[in-house]
Design a protein around this ligand. Structure first.
Ligand SMILES: Nc1ncnc2c1ncn2[C@@H]1O[C@H](COP(=O)(O)OP(=O)(O)OP(=O)(O)O)[C@@H](O)[C@H]1O
Length: 311
């Protein structure tokens, strides 16, 4: 089944701001889908449209096969949501917040086990108004987990969390995914997306400029495969540019970096360099998600290029 689907989803604010522009995407049941994009790209607006917090100017969305506008109450009952900048009731404790969600959803979760899961076991009886930003975020995440939701929709879930908190959050996302929960979350943190997502979507200026697995997108962009060799001395004439499949060569001190058209060319590069000097170290990398993100979100709008890569 399709967990989330948008068709021509569009949101304008006033005359000038086109926050979400004709968005078509699908998240399949059980997928962990990472929604990436720079500030102002339209990620939160998309999430708010899915949750019926704002109404679309055009187009439609379904969540769990239900219409996001007509069936908002049922959708919210079946999903777990961590909105951007989740707010809390200052005087209520974390336990009271969780109990409220448990009662509202008719769930049977044990508040203590949720508190334990999100790292608030010792703080469950303090008023949430006294919490730090990260603790508030942990509480919001715990509230989203109540009732074993079919889908988790998380807007910047690691916002305000320390490195240990981010790791714990990632672990919980993985555990939820293993139980079959669909997870849709927005993030600026590329490492987090890389670590947990089956597929990603990259938004830029209201449009989805790429969707697919990270491997798919790496292949699609054809940015090349870099290899760096640290050598004892850099010979005057390396002759690397003359090798077939080598696109460019740069030298930084005793580090030689070659951009290769495909990974197999790296072997030729190593052999050539080793035949003329002593190689001390070799670093072979894939194109990073950061390079992908930058390539898709910078200047692409002008060219009106849209990449669609199926998973
Ligand atoms: N209520 C609103 N009224 C007017 N403009 C808005 C409103 N909400 C969002 N926008 C505008 O819509 C665009 C998309 O904003 P949105 O918050 O969806 O981006 P985002 O990708 O979530 O950004 P960030 O990563 O900074 O949270 C921005 O230009 C923003 O200023």
């Amino acid at each position: 089944m399709t967990a989330i689907q948008t068709t021509g989803l569009t949101k304008r604010y006033g005359e000038t701001v086109l926050a979400v522009d004709d968005l078509d995407f699908t998240v399949e049941d059980g997928e962990v889908f990472g929604f990436l994009g720079p500030n102002g790209a339209g990620k939160s607006t998309t999430i708010n449209l899915l949750l019926d917090f704002v109404r679309p100017t055009a187009g439609s969305a379904t969540v769990l096969g239900l219409d996001a506008q007509a069936d908002g109450d049922e959708i919210r009952h079946r999903i777990g949501v961590l909105p951007e900048g989740a707010s809390v009731y200052d005087r209520l404790t974390a336990r009271e917040h969780l109990q409220w969600v448990i009662d509202t959803k008719g769930a049977d979760d044990d508040p203590d086990s949720v508190l334990e899961r999100v790292g608030l076991a010792g703080d469950g009886d303090r008023p949430a108004g006294d919490y730090s930003k990260g603790m508030t975020q942990r509480l919001g995440f715990g509230m989203a987990l109540v009732g074993d939701p079919d889908i988790l929709i998380l807007d910047e879930p690691s916002s305000g969390l320390d490195p240990a908190g981010m790791q714990e959050m990632r672990d919980i996302i993985r555990q939820e995914a293993e139980r079959g929960t669909t997870v849709f979350f927005s993030s600026h943190i590329l490492g987090e997306v890389e670590a947990v997502c089956d597929r990603i979507g990259i938004m830029s200026e209201g449009r989805l400029v790429a969707t697919g697995t990270i491997d798919d997108l790496q292949g699609e962009l054809d940015l090349g495969a870099p290899i760096t060799l640290e050598v004892e001395t850099v010979p005057d004439d390396l002759g690397l540019e003359r090798l077939e499949g080598v696109r460019s060569v740069s030298v930084d001190g005793r580090a030689i970096t070659a951009m290769c058209a495909e990974p197999a060319v790296k072997v030729d590069v190593v052999q050539r360099v080793a035949s003329v000097t002593t190689v001390r170290d070799i670093v072979s990398e894939d194109v990073s998600l950061e390079q992908l993100f930058n390539t898709y979100t910078k200047g692409k709008r002008d060219e009106d290029v849209t990449a669609e890569v199926s998973a």
